[in-house]
Design a protein around this ligand. Sequence first.
Ligand code: SF4
Ligand code: SF4
Length: 340
Amino acid sequence: MFESIRFGTELLRLHAGAVWSQILLKKEDDNKPYRGRKTPLQITHSCTWKCNYACIHCQAQNDNKKTDASTESVLRMIDQVSEAGAIKIGFTGGEPLVRNDMPTIMDCCEENGLISSMVSNGLLVPRYIEVLKKLDLLFLSMDGDREVQQKVRGRKSWDVLLNAMKIGKENGIPVAALTTLASFNISCLEEMSRVVREQKVHWMVGLVQVQFSGKNEQNLTREQIERSVDILEKNEYLRTSRRYLDFIKKDQPPRFCFAGIGYAIVSPDLVLYPCFPAQFDPFYKGISLEEKSFNEAFNELPLYRRTCDTCRLACHIEANYLNIFNIESILQSMRLTKLP
Ligand code: SF4
Ligand code: SF4
């Protein structure tokens, strides 16, 4: 509750110093500095390039040969992020749990009083369950029914997922299934909805961003999206906001964005970007946190507006709704960090 009040207070300060004409998406603002007051309310750290899975739809551009930032540098970044006023930190990858220093990283988040979440494929959840108890929310990727999940994520990945859900819940960790809707799993939506109910876990759903994978065949048709929304909105465990569902149904470009203003992304080699599309855009240059402090880098970080028209990324779009005090988004986000 205290953290929610702090989040609301910081958000009010962000609004008080906002330049709304630059929060509204305009191509001419691409790579321009933001003239208003920035507050890094939430940071997502893609903490490793590595993964113990090789999913066919992976959007993370993994590379097991690339080197991740050192423990020392990550801890320094977390301290600086917290000093700069961040309230939430999320870890994604690759697979965050392949970093064997994750216990130290989680301790650091706890010491800094950060609300923390992690996206995992579940394989190493049993091994790290004591560490994961420090999390406020554990996302587990669910990409279909048993057959499709195993086809896209590999043999045994379905049992791995259900086991991770079970162990997470038994240990009092709020667990959410995280689903990226794409052409290869759309026929499993009813079954995924049933499994979420059966397992009694939260459910977050977003659309595939083919800009990352380059696989246009994974896109959904308008009819498929509309049918999906009809199924999704009937599920009582769904924590995706009504507003996001309306957004994907209408298929219009987003109109505003707080990327690089109220939230940001840190890549595995500690480069700061406003959002994932900016990270994967060769025309955008992030700022290295090995060369500048987080505060300096965040304040200097130029806006990204080049590919916003195609952006449907649930994590960013939902953060935007939260940042304009959308009541349903606030309630959904509060529900997520409680046991369902
Ligand atoms: S588990 Fe996640 S990060 Fe790893 S390959 Fe699959 S989609 Fe990519
Ligand atoms: S690409 Fe998406 S998240 Fe990034 S600035 Fe544009 S709308 Fe925001």
